[in-house]
Design a protein around this ligand. Structure first.
Ligand SMILES: NC(=O)c1ccc[n+]([C@@H]2O[C@H](COP(=O)([O-])OP(=O)(O)OC[C@H]3O[C@@H](n4cnc5c(N)ncnc54)[C@H](O)[C@@H]3O)[C@@H](O)[C@H]2O)c1
Ligand SMILES: O=C(O)C[C@H](O)C(=O)O
Length: 416
C-alpha cells in the first residue's frame, strides 16, 4: 500500500490577530491538522485520516479558518467525485504560483513544500540553472499542483503569465564574513530584471521577495514596478517570516514553552540590528530578565549568521527559509482565497514609522495588505524603544540605496 492512509498538510504556522481597540495585538496561535477524507488520499499523498480537526482555540487555524479551509478543500477536492468508487480527479485549485530561482538551495525545498498545498493548481519553476530535472522530479508527487519548468529569460514571460503569486528567492547567498549588503551588487540586478518581467507579465500578482538584502531589494522592486506603472504597494512583500520562525523557536526553548503556542512579532527590517523582536509582546505572555532579552534579541538578529558560519562557505539558511517561505506562501494563498484571518509579519511599504518601508505584522486579504498592525509598537519597553530608534538610520540607508539604484536604471523592461 502506498505510504499510509493519512493526508495531512504538515505546515504549521502561527496566526496572530490584533485586538479591535488597538490596545495590543492578540496572538492566536494555531495548529492545523488538515486531515482529509480517504478520497483525498490520491492527491494529498503523504497521509490521510478521516476528518479535518480544529483541536481548540489554540489550534493552528482557529475554528473559523479551519471551517473555511474545510469548505475550500472539500469543494475543490470532493466536488468532482461523482462516483465514490472512482479515483479522485481533483478539480483544478484556484491559484498559480511561480518561483523564480527554483533550482537553488531555497527554491528546491520551497517548491517541494508548496507542491503539497491544496490551494495550488500550477507551480511554475524558473531558474537560469537547470530546473528541468527538478520539475520532473517534483512532478511525480501525487499532489494536485501541475509542475512546469522554465529555464531561460526567453521563457520567463510564459512562466509568469496568469500567475497569482510570484516568489523570488533568486540570488547569491552569503559566505562567512559577509553582510547581506555585500550581496547588493549582484542581487539588485537580479531582482530588478525579474521584477521588471513580473510587471510586464503578471502585474496583478502578489510578489514575495526573499532575495537579500531584503531591506534594499524590496525598495528596488517598488521602484521598478512604479516605472512600469503597475506598483501596488499592498501586493509587494519582503519575506521576514524566518525571523519570526527563529524568534518563536528560541523563545520557546528558553522559556520551555510549547512551540505551537509561541508567537513573537518581529519588526524593522531583515538584517542585523534592523531585526527587532518585540519580546514584550510575546504570546503567551511571558517575562524575561534583562539578560534574557539581550541574549535572545542578539541570537534572533544573528540567526542568519549562525547558519552561514555553520555552513562554512556552503551558503546560508535554505531549509528553515524554505519552511518559513512556505508558511508565508500558504498565508498569501489563504488571503487570496478570502480567509479573513490572515496575519503575518512582512517588510512592506508602511506609515507605521517615519521610514517608507518597515516590517511589522500586517493583515493580508484578497487585495494584499489590508492593515498594518500598529498596536505592536505601542507600549514598547525602554530596551525596545531604544533599539527601534537605533535601527532606523541603517534601515533608512538600505532603503534609499535600493531606491536610488532602481531609479537610475534604464527603463526596466529593456534589460530583462
Ligand atoms: N529573506 C530571508 O529571510 C532569506 C533567508 C535565506 C536566504 N535568503 C536569500 O535568498 C537568496 C537565495 O539563497 P539560496 O541559498 O537559495 O541561494 P542559491 O545560490 O542556492 O540559489 C539561488 C538560485 O537563484 C538562481 N538565479 C540566479 N540568478 C537568477 C536569475 N537572474 N533568474 C533566475 N534565477 C536566478 C541560481 O541559479 C540559483 O539556483 C540569497 O540572496 C539569500 O541571501 C533570504
Ligand atoms: O543570513 C543570511 O544571509 C540569509 C538570511 O537572510 C537569513 O536570515 O538566514
Amino acid at each position: 500500500m502506498a505510504a499510509s492512509t493519512a493526508a495531512t498538510l504538515s505546515l504549521r504556522s502561527v496566526s496572530s490577530s490584533s485586538t479591535q481597540n488597538g490596545s495590543g495585538a492578540k496572538a492566536k496561535p494555531f495548529a492545523m491538522s488538515l486531515s482529509t477524507p480517504k478520497a483525498l488520499t490520491s492527491f494529498c499523498g503523504l497521509k490521510a485520516t478521516s476528518s479535518i480537526n480544529s483541536e481548540s482555540e489554540a489550534s493552528f487555524l482557529g475554528r473559523e479558518s479551519t471551517a473555511a479551509l474545510r469548505q475550500s478543500v472539500t469543494s475543490r477536492a470532493i466536488a468532482p467525485v461523482k462516483d465514490s468508487m472512482q479515483p479522485l480527479q481533483p478539480q483544478a485549485s484556484t491559484f498559480k504560483v511561480a518561483i523564480l530561482g527554483a533550482a537553488g538551495g531555497i527554491g528546491q525545498p520551497l517548491s517541494l513544500l508548496i507542491k503539497m498545498s491544496p490551494l495550488i493548481s500550477a507551480l511554475h519553476l524558473y531558474d537560469i540553472a537547470n530546473v528541468k530535472g527538478i520539475a520532473a522530479d517534483l512532478s511525480h508527487c501525487n499532489t494536485p499542483a501541475q509542475v512546469l519548468d522554465f529555464t531561460s529569460p526567453a521563457e520567463l514571460g510564459n512562466c509568469l503569465k496568469g500567475v497569482d503569486l510570484v516568489v523570488i528567492p533568486a540570488g547569491i547567498p552569503r559566505k562567512p564574513g559577509m553582510t547581506r549588503d555585500d550581496l547588493f551588487t549582484i542581487n539588485a540586478n537580479i531582482v530588478k530584471s525579474l521584477v521588471a518581467a513580473v510587471a510586464d507579465h503578471a502585474p496583478h500578482a502578489f510578489i514575495n521577495i526573499i532575495s537579500n538584502p531584503v531591506n534594499s531589494t524590496v525598495p528596488i522592486a517598488a521602484e521598478i514596478l512604479k516605472k512600469k506603472g503597475v506598483y501596488d504597494p499592498k501586493k509587494l512583500f519582503g519575506v521576514t517570516t524566518l525571523d519570526v520562525v527563529r524568534a518563536n523557536t528560541f523563545v520557546a526553548q528558553k522559556k520551555n514553552l510549547r512551540l505551537i503556542d509561541v508567537d513573537v512579532p518581529v519588526v524593522g527590517g531583515h538584517s542585523g540590528i534592523t531585526i527587532l523582536p518585540l519580546l514584550s509582546k510575546v504570546r503567551p505572555s511571558v517575562t524575561f530578565t534583562e539578560e534574557e532579552v539581550e541574549e535572545l534579541t542578539v541570537r534572533i538578529q544573528n540567526g542568519g549568521t549562525e547558519v552561514v558560519e555553520a555552513k562554512a562557505g556552503g551558503g546560508s539558511a535554505t531549509l528553515s527559509m524554505a519552511y518559513a517561505a512556505a508558511r508565508f506562501v500558504e498565508s498569501s494563498l489563504r488571503a487570496l482565497d478570502g480567509d479573513g484571518d490572515v496575519y503575518e509579519c512582512a517588510f512592506v511599504q508602511s506609515e507605521l514609522t517615519d521610514l517608507p518601508f518597515f516590517a511589522s505584522r500586517v493583515k493580508i486579504g484578497r487585495k494584499g495588505v489590508e492593515a498594518v498592525i500598529s498596536s505592536d509598537l505601542l507600549g514598547l519597553t525602554e530596551f525596545e524603544a531604544k533599539a527601534l530608534e537605533a535601527l532606523k538610520p541603517e534601515l533608512r540607508a538600505s532603503i534609499e540605496k535600493g531606491a536610488k539604484f532602481a531609479q537610475k536604471q534604464e527603463p526596466a523592461g529593456a534589460s530583462v
